[in-house]
Design a protein around this ligand. Structure first.
Ligand SMILES: [Ca+2]
Ligand SMILES: [Ca+2]
Ligand SMILES: [Ca+2]
Ligand SMILES: [Ca+2]
Length: 821
């Protein structure tokens, strides 16, 4: 249909009611014959171009005014339904039949006359063949409607409806295709189209793209604190007015808690108004979509009556602190030194647990207890050199709360140890920790009654590893102090933790060859190491270090009052271990520091602190009975003992030690407590040689001897240059056999320690070959690389004395690598 034709239909149709009005007036006022007689002088149809179902008015040449009987009308031979037949005024109204494109309008009058009134053209109504897509987002989705006879453009009375709601945004409109945006406020139903003058016709059904929540994480939340991730589909690419996410009917968006909103994921804080567990639901009000319900959530329970206890539940349960509290909640006899930037000693949740130097009189400017520090009533500030204890940063007060905030006092949080005495020692300001201050503070702690020292200085002491702390650590350890240190963070801002085996750090790695420092790394509440936590052998145990709440000094708090949330770092893992050590010390006051250390480490769960297990399932500290032949000493006492027949035999001099071929590297440093269990045996001297057959005097191994550690397959040949003892690996059996003078039965099986006492040489020179090679054996093969000259050899630190002369077969059994220059 073209526009011109269409406007004709409209004007004709508009004319019809006027006719009706005239007719009605005529009927009501009774029939005026003179009018009628004037009226039937012509024959016509209106309109001349109609549509199926439309009304056709027919004026015919009437002679039937007073004649009774039936008349009828056909259009194109099809019987038309009579709507009204006004005989005397000669007007007939019929419904245009379906399924015709046109035809003559024939009136069969009552009297049997047949009158051909005129030709009617019949237009067909529009038809919808398809819509796409059939699933829509109200207000967003563009829907393409295909079909026929839509008209070439939209007229005022032409419209598309989505289940009765008119689409007001039309992208394009042609006779065969309409593109509209699904309107807001719709419900699922049929798309329909109204092309004037035709009646509205229905198209295929459409459904709404409704949001679906598939998962939430975590499901156990703390209102006002937990960031929850809601995953699903059809959330819309962004938040729109009218949308919201609800927790037990409490709107998150309305409360400005939503952090991000994408089509498949919403991140939001759980509104603090939420008080009950319930269902997470989403409403896409912007699409007119009703609330869709998702999974249920629960509210993190409290493990103490403290105000913010539910913030602590996850990580405290990870380390089973609540279970541990059924055994002990700590003791005020246990002192923990927090060596950091200070602890706010008047904190409402800490002040009961702050150490007080009872032997010091405050404010008299006298060192009453004679410990070298004047008026050190709560501890000492090693930066400002006074006892005022003004905090120099935010860090130390956080550590103090984690390990020892007063528990179950209706205030704040609970420390791991509810009862404890915290000794603040200030060694840092916000930017810098002084190594000397740290050393002095460690000594102060050890000298003034600390049972435990917490060193969460990992991220501040960035100078790497230094042995300057060793002596102080050793001093405290040998006084029975438990020393706990944070492993340090590689880089919390997305970086990765360092392998401390490769890059050791102080103070966590200042173990003094023993395990004097309990190194603590950080895990999440699922016991996975956090990527930024340092790791390696210096880390003895892990504890939660993410999203930790604690006490805070005034001016630093992020939670109303004196508290701070969302602390991340190994700094905050360490005081959990310190607090756990405090619980063990409270429960077992006479337990040694190394036993508490070992109970904590050996009762860990996947390497993660398990306070309950450490307390409840005693790790029976088994002092390993050293094997006969072991060489032991304490750290503080230079005397070396030979363990023999269950006794410790002092080796009376270094000369004797050397004369027996003992190896200094094999001396095991043990604690005084362990060494005390061995009864003292006779001293080792020349006139009382040891009887232990395992000890082979090194001087009994002549140059050229083939040695092999018991249980090992590697065979070495030894040589001596002055006081230096070298060994060289025989690469393979074929190399061995190629040397005609070597005999398998000559191989001497010795202790590994004997093998280790020889320096391994990988330097060789073959006969008739001036080149010196460095060998890189690997299994039964290997590579040789020529060292260019003597200067290169010495520059690289190789000892020319270590060079062995080998045969050419031996040399050629190594592949040739690149030149070393
Ligand atoms: Ca003093
Ligand atoms: Ca004093
Ligand atoms: Ca508390
Ligand atoms: Ca350690």
């Amino acid at each position: 249909m073209n526009l011109k034709l269409k406007s004709q239909i409209k004007s004709q149709k508009g004319f019809i009611p006027i006719i009706f009005t005239i007719i009605g007036a005529v009927i009501i006022t009774s029939i005026n014959f003179s009018f009628v007689n004037n009226a039937y002088a012509y024959k016509s149809i209106s309109p001349v171009k109609g549509y199926p179902g439309g009304t056709l008015s027919i004026s015919y040449d009437s002679k039937d005014c007073l004649v009774s009987g039936n008349g009828r009308v056909t259009v194109g031979g099809i019987e038309a339904e009579i709507k009204n037949w006004y005989p005397c005024v000669a007007y007939i109204y019929v419904t245009i039949p379906n399924n015709i494109t046109g035809g003559d309008v024939i009136v069969y009058t009552y009297s049997g006359e047949t009158q051909n009134i005129g030709y009617l053209t019949v237009y067909q109504p529009p038809a919808i063949s398809s819509i796409f897509p059939t699933t829509v987002i109200p207000g967003v989705t563009e829907v393409t409607i295909k079909g026929s006879r839509f008209d070439n453009s939209k007229g005022y009375y032409d419209n598309v409806y989505f289940n009765g709601i008119k689409a007001t945004t039309v992208r394009s409109w042609t006779d065969a295709e309409i593109v509209v945006v699904a309107p807001t406020g719709i419900t699922a139903g049929k798309i329909s189209i109204k092309i004037d003058p035709f009646d509205e016709i229905d198209g295929p059904p459409f459904s709404l793209l409704t949001p679906v929540i598939t998962s939430i994480s975590p499901a156990n939340v703390i209102p006002g604190a937990t960031i929850i991730t809601v995953k699903g589909q059809n959330f819309g690419n962004k938040w729109l007015v009218g949308d919201d996410l609800y927790f037990d009917e409490k709107p998150a968006k309305e409360k400005r808690d939503v952090i991000s909103w994408t089509d498949t994921e919403i991140k939001t804080y759980v509104p603090k108004e939420v008080t009950n567990a319930g269902i997470v639901s989403i409403k896409k009000g912007s699409w007119g979509v009703d609330t869709v319900y998702g999974p249920s959530f629960s509210i993190q329970k409290k493990v103490s009556n403290d105000t913010y206890s539910n913030y602590q539940t996850s990580y405290l349960e990870t380390i089973r602190a609540p279970n541990a509290w059924s055994i002990t909640k700590g003791s005020k006899n246990v002192v923990v030194a927090v060596i950091d930037d200070g602890v706010y000693v008047n904190h409402p949740d800490l002040r009961e647990n702050i150490w007080i130097n009872k032997n010091e009189v405050i404010g008299n400017r006298i060192d009453d207890d004679g410990n070298g520090y004047i008026d050190d009533i709560y501890g000492w500030d090693f930066i400002s050199n006074n006892g005022e204890m003004t905090v120099k940063g935010s860090h130390g007060t956080i550590l103090a709360g984690i390990l020892g905030a007063v528990g179950d006092n209706d205030e704040g949080i609970a420390g791991i140890s509810w009862d404890v005495k915290i000794m603040p020692l200030i060694v840092c300001d916000t930017k810098y920790c002084s190594p000397n201050a740290i050393i002095n503070a460690i000594k102060y702690a050890a000298d003034n009654g600390s049972n435990i020292i917490n060193l969460s200085l990992g991220t501040w002491v960035t100078t790497g590893y230094s042995t300057i702390y060793n002596e102080a650590i050793k001093y405290a350890y040998n006084k029975g102090v438990i020393i706990v240190a944070a492993a340090g963070n590689g880089d919390i801002e997305g970086g990765i933790g360092q392998n401390l085996d490769i890059i050791p750090q102080s103070l966590v790695c200042n173990d003094n060859e023993q395990n004097m420092v309990i190194g603590v790394g950080a895990v999440n509440n699922d016991k996975y190491r956090l990527s930024w936590s340092n790791f390696g052998k210096c880390v003895d145990i892990y504890a939660p270090g993410y999203d930790i709440i604690s006490t805070q000094a005034p001016n630093y708090s992020t939670v109303e009052g004196f508290y701070t949330i969302k602390n991340n770092g190994t700094s905050f893992s360490a005081p959990m271990v310190s607090g756990a050590a405090a619980l063990l010390k409270a429960k077992y006051p006479t337990m040694s520091n190394y036993e508490i250390r070992d109970r904590l480490i050996k009762n860990s769960s996947n390497g993660v602190l398990d306070v309950y297990k450490a307390l409840n399932q005693p790790y029976t500290y088994q002092i390993v009975k050293r094997e006969d032949g072991s060489l032991v000493k304490t750290i503080t006492d230079p005397t070396v003992y030979l363990i023999e027949n269950g006794e410790k035999r002092p080796i009376l001099s270094a000369a004797i030690f050397n004369a027996f071929g003992y190896i200094w590297d094999k001396i095991i440093a043990i604690t005084q407590g362990e060494i005390d269990i061995y009864p003292l045996g006779p001293g080792v001297n020349i006139s009382s040689p040891v009887s232990n057959p395992n000890i082979i005097n090194a001087v009994d191994i002549p140059e050229g001897t083939l040695i092999r550690a018991r249980g090992d397959i590697d065979i070495y040949i030894v040589k001596y240059v002055g006081s230096k003892k070298f060994k060289r690996l025989i690469l393979s059996p074929s190399v061995f056999n190629n040397y005609g003078h070597l005999r398998w039965e000559d191989i001497m099986d010795v202790d590994q320690s004997i093998v280790d006492s020889f320096i391994t040489s990988n330097l060789v020179r073959a006969v008739y070959d001036h080149k010196i090679y460095v060998l890189y054996p690997s299994g039964d093969t290997g590579e040789k690389r020529w060292v260019k000259d003597y200067n290169v050899l010495t520059r690289l630190g190789y000892d020319p004395d270590a060079v062995y002369e080998i045969n050419q077969f031996d040399r050629d059994s190594y592949t040739t690598g690149s030149l070393i220059e």
